[in-house]
Design a protein around this ligand. Structure first.
Ligand code: AMP
Ligand code: GLY
Length: 427
């Protein structure tokens, strides 16, 4: 089988690594991929959002299966385009992908189906939003409609900052064509977890729960990032909690999508917060999480192509996932300045010695090769993923491989507390 993976981050490198282990796969292509995927597959210079060129490539090369990493091509409708041309692709249709693309769509599904989430109100004009904010208690959360370059969510501590954000959205149009509607919602507290399921739209198989670390600095301090590291499984999410999440969140979400003609196929990843009243949905994602996938896939024993085939053949009911009885941690090494303006072009050292290693994996994200040197070119540069017999061992192993004795580059910054939340038995 020939497989194409769309995307260029750490998640796609981890997917390539895992797919390469499948006996069913002969050749892997990545579009556009990164220097890490280039070691395992053939990189093709087509951007993830150029869905027409991707279609042409797949037809020409007779690719048997396409896996979509990031949300953007899904929201653009790559699955609809491919399926119209009788091509196998993993991911939801354009309409179903709205669950990530539109905060209002997602909130409506939750409201109609009593799926636990923060209380909310929607607005599409500045005046009413501003008036409403004046009557509210703080903190509260404002979410702009659309992708908004990942900057559409603001946790506001007071009326002044909330008023500024809605003015920026509606009057100053900082998100240009996006942000035409906003959701203002209650601020929730609790541990955040990532819960991914593989689904054919009717049945689903839950992947092991994981936890991302979104704050730029230790203790979840600092600005929000794409994710500074992740670990899996999460010790304080026991089997009762998993069942509750499946019953109260995953099942009604899939049922509602199917009922309204948006059968959801692929990976559904609700981002959850475990409040004192139970798990609640913060957002839905229509894809694998990054950096959670790097940790989760390194623990998956099942051939991942079996998972994808089950999704496409409506056989998820029969799918039984097997996991290694270990823990995994992925620490992201970021460029100096990230998530604000950051440095680029720094030489990354130490990657060579990890080839073929069984318990430490290096997944590239923002890297490039220039003059035969591996250089940084993105905010989240490279991730160090380690597997251990327990979480403590995985954490120690990951950190041992960062710095002068492992992976390093000038100015790199990373959190020193990835996985620490999982070391506390009950939260
Ligand atoms: P989202 O893109 O909706 O996941 O929001 C990004 C981040 O904002 C989340 O990971 C949370 O840390 C925070 N956040 C979003 N919604 C809420 C909420 N209702 N209460 C507290 N924090 C939130
Ligand atoms: N780890 C957050 C995300 O993938 O959206």
């Amino acid at each position: 089988m020939k497989v194409l993976i769309i995307g260029s981050g750490g998640r796609e490198h981890a997917l390539t690594w895992k797919i390469l282990q499948s006996k069913k796969v002969l050749k892997i292509y990545c579009a556009p991929g990164n220097p890490g995927t280039a070691l395992l597959a053939k990189n093709i210079d087509i951007s993830s959002c150029d869905i027409k060129s991707l279609l042409k490539f797949v037809q020409k090369e007779k690719i048997d299966l396409t896996i979509v990493g990031p949300e953007a091509p899904l929201i653009l409708g790559i699955v609809d385009l491919f399926e119209k041309n009788n091509l196998a692709i993993i991911g939801p249709s354009k309409r179903a992908a709205q669950i990530e693309g539109s905060k209002v769509f997602a909130k409506k599904i939750m409201l109609w189906n009593n799926i636990p989430t923060a209380k909310f109100v929607c607005f599409d004009d500045y005046k009413s939003a501003s008036k409403y904010l004046k009557t509210q208690k703080y903190p509260l959360v404002i979410k702009a409609e659309g992708q908004c370059l990942g900057k559409g969510v603001s946790v506001c501590q007071d009326d002044k900052s909330a008023q500024k954000f809605v003015k920026d959205i509606f009057i100053n149009k900082i998100f240009k064509d996006e942000g035409k509607r906003i959701v203002i919602e209650e601020y929730l507290t609790g541990q955040e977890i990532s819960f991914m399921v593989a689904t054919d739209g009717i049945n689903f198989a839950s992947l092991i729960p994981s936890q991302d670390h979104k704050g730029a600095y230790d203790g979840d301090k600092g600005p929000n990032t794409g994710g500074m590291g992740a670990y899996a499984p999460v010790p304080f999410v026991d089997s009762d909690m998993v069942r509750r999440i499946e019953d109260e969140i995953v099942k009604p979400t899939l049922r509602s999508l199917a009922k309204h003609g948006n059968l959801y196929k692929g990976i559904l990843y609700p981002g959850l917060i475990l409040t004192k009243d139970g798990p609640k949905v913060l957002e839905y994602n229509c894809r694998f999480g990054d950096p959670e996938t790097q940790a989760v896939l390194s623990l998956l024993e099942t051939d991942i192509i079996d998972v994808f085939e089950a999704i496409n053949n409506q056989q998820v009911k029969r799918l039984k996932l097997r996991w290694f009885k270990s823990s995994a941690v992925n620490v992201v090494l970021a460029a100096k300045g990230y998530p604000k303006e950051y440095e680029k072009g720094k030489v990354i050292k130490g990657t060579d010695k990890y080839k073929g290693k069984k318990d430490v994996f290096i997944f590239h994200a923002g890297t490039k090769i220039q003059n035969k040197k591996l250089l940084s070119c993105g905010g989240r540069v490279i991730g160090v993923t380690a597997r251990g017999k327990n979480l403590k061992e995985a954490i120690d192993k990951a950190y041992k491989n960062i710095g002068k004795k492992g992976i390093h580059f000038p100015g790199m910054h990373y959190r020193k507390d990835i996985g620490k939340k999982g070391l506390i038995p009950k939260l």
